[in-house]
Design a protein around this ligand. Structure first.
Ligand SMILES: [Fe+2]
Ligand SMILES: [Fe+2]
Length: 225
């Protein structure tokens, strides 16, 4: 049986560990994610890009707030996919969620690094978003595997559109933030394709609208907090 090792320091072998151990493992993972004690597998796409254009203090503040939103988005992605994996009984689909969550760790770390470079801060409400997203992921399982995958597909689609909006807002002089967002956008499109190929059903227009409203609510709050 395949065992996943990830950057939270846990090895996930669902057949051998009890529900109690899995809950403890999830709590440990959430603490690692929220405290930033995770490492990326890939190097930061902006690592070899120099800050040749000096950003003004206003620009740095504005971009750091946008990157804070993206950081929270990745916190939510972690929690969502871990919640979806936690309750998923289909091993193939569960592995897909786990693999996606491991890849999203890179995005989380890159956003965090860029926020620090811009002298910004992460959201004080990250634990709140994490818990909410984890339970949302758990609930998605009750709709069946194809809707569970459809939820992943629609999430990635909406994130890709959101990242495009940020690329339109971030000045071209900030090549570092743009490089990170462009790689994230590429990865999110790949995640959508993975979910679609695995049998994702399209969500209802009502579900999609609710997701957009919730995301808008999260973005508005995170910009300030
Ligand atoms: Fe992501
Ligand atoms: Fe993704």
């Amino acid at each position: 049986m395949q065992t996943f090792s990830n950057n939270y320091g846990d090895n996930i072998n669902f057949r051998k560990i009890s529900i109690f151990d899995r809950i403890i493992s999830e709590i440990e993972s959430s603490l690692s994610i929220l405290s930033g004690k995770v490492e990326s597998n890939r190097s930061n796409p902006s690592i070899n890009i120099s800050d040749k254009y000096l950003l003004s203090d206003e620009e740095k503040l504005f971009i750091s707030k946008l990157m804070r939103i993206n950081h929270v988005g990745e916190i939510c992605a972690q929690a969502l996919y871990r919640g979806q994996a936690f309750a998923c009984k289909d091993k193939v689909i569960r592995d897909l969620f786990i693999e996606a969550s491991i890849e999203e760790i890179d995005h989380l770390v890159w956003c965090s690094q860029r926020i620090m470079e811009l002298d910004g801060r992460t959201s004080v409400l990250s634990p709140f978003w994490y818990v909410g997203s984890f339970f949302l992921g758990l609930m998605a399982n009750f709709q069946g595997p194809s809707i569970n995958l459809g939820f992943m597909s629609e999430t990635e689609k909406q994130v890709e559109i959101h990242l495009e909006e940020h690329l339109n807002l971030i000045p071209y002089t900030d090549s570092k933030s743009r490089a990170i967002i462009m790689q994230m956008q590429k990865d999110e499109m790949h995640h959508k394709e993975v979910a679609d190929r695995a049998g994702a059903d399209e969500l209802s227009n009502v579900s999609k609208a609710i997701m957009r409203i919730m995301a808008r609510f999260m973005k508005e709050i995170t910009y300030w907090l």
